[in-house]
Design a protein around this ligand. Structure first.
Ligand code: NDP
Length: 312
């Protein structure tokens, strides 16, 4: 992290590229969210509530959930923890979701993925009331997004879009290439950029001539989960790079030590691109901030209250 902080202090320039400081953007966004929460409390006597469901003891999931709960509380929202044993039965989890759907203090429900193999994740996600589905993974919200209707938008792509809109007044006509077609990142990212009138190409592991396709991108969103796969010769000079990938790779100085890298070779790409998100400190912090933003959105919609405009 110290290295990235150093880039920012040097005036947001790394090589030729501006480093997009997602960490600072997310901090500003969270303080706007806290203001909106205070407004909802004072004016409407409503406290937004987020319920987080964690099944099992996966260490990475535990860290994510702890961060989510901490930032929920810091924003002034109510946080409801549901930590369940890995051997919980599917019908017991469905019963918990039904309870949370009916709980008027809960406006957002998040089930931390992955779930254990014996539980059908799709069944659980689709049991959440779509209006409380702050992750935006419910099939109804997927449909709303792709048809351009008001729904809940998945947090990571929403965060990427906010960072892109901060770079460009207008995204229309730009060629956006997204590497990755998952339901949580690649596909919703494509739907959002299409709504902004970008020309969108979605690439994946079977895509031919991937490097050439990436070279034609004005906006390149890397979400493959492949450490530093995208080098400087994949990038069109002047492109904007959004690196979603979070990969743990061994540190050179010894066994058992790890560092985080993205899907893009950051320092090489920064010599060619106009702007780039670092890892860590780019897209990652935006994901939780957008989760809180979605919880404010769902609260306002559930109570029929005008939604405050929350922008950094
Ligand atoms: P998935 O594994 O679900 O999807 C990866 C996608 O990348 C697939 O569509 C796959 O293609 C494609 N892919 C894999 N290898 C290649 C390759 N060599 N060339 C081209 N395409 C490839 O991952 P997620 O979408 O869940 O996550 C992607 C990355 O983003 C991960 O590193 C993850 O940790 C990170 N992430 C970060 C978040 C954040 O908050 N910053 C949030 C969520 C994810 P195919 O479909 O053909 O298999």
């Amino acid at each position: 992290m110290a290295l990235i902080d150093n880039y920012f202090q040097k005036g947001k320039i790394m090589g030729k590229a501006k480093v997009i400081n997602g960490k600072a953007y997310a901090e500003r966004l969270r303080s706007r969210i806290a203001e909106a929460v205070t407004h909802l409390k004072v004016t409407h006597n409503i406290t937004p509530g987020l319920a987080v469901v964690l099944v099992g003891d996966d260490p990475a999931s535990q860290v994510y959930v702890r961060n989510k709960e901490k930032q929920t509380a810091e924003a002034g929202m109510a946080s409801f923890e549901n930590k369940l044993s890995a051997d919980i039965k599917e019908n017991e989890l469905l019963a918990l979701i039904a309870n949370l759907n009916g709980d008027t203090a809960v406006h957002g429900i998040l089930v931390q993925l992955p779930l254990p193999d014996h539980i059908d994740s799709g069944k659980i996600i689709n049991a959440i009331n779509p209006d409380k589905d702050v992750d935006g993974f419910h099939a109804i919200n997927v449909g709303r997004l792709t048809t351009g209707n008001k729904g809940m938008v998945p947090c990571t792509p929403l965060g990427c879009l906010m960072l892109l809109k901060d770079q460009f007044c207008d995204l229309q006509g730009k060629h956006a290439v997204i590497v990755g077609r998952s339901n949580i990142v690649g596909k919703p990212m494509a739907a959002l950029l299409l709504q902004e009138s970008c020309t969108v190409t979605i690439a994946h592991s079977r895509t031919k001539k991937l490097r050439e396709i990436c070279q034609s991108a004005d906006i390149l969103v890397a979400a493959a989960g492949r450490p530093q796969m995208i080098g400087s010769d994949w990038i069109k000079p002047g492109a904007t790079i959004i690196d979603v990938g979070i990969n743990r790779v061994p540190k050179e100085e010894g066994p058992g030590k790890f560092r985080l890298v993205g899907d893009v070779d950051f320092s090489a790409a920064a010599e060619v691109a106009a702007a780039i998100t670092p890892v860590p400190g780019g897209v990652g912090p935006m994901t939780i901030a957008c989760l809180l933003k979605n919880t404010v959105t769902s609260t306002c919609r559930i109570h029929g209250v005008e939604e405050p405009i929350i922008a950094s």
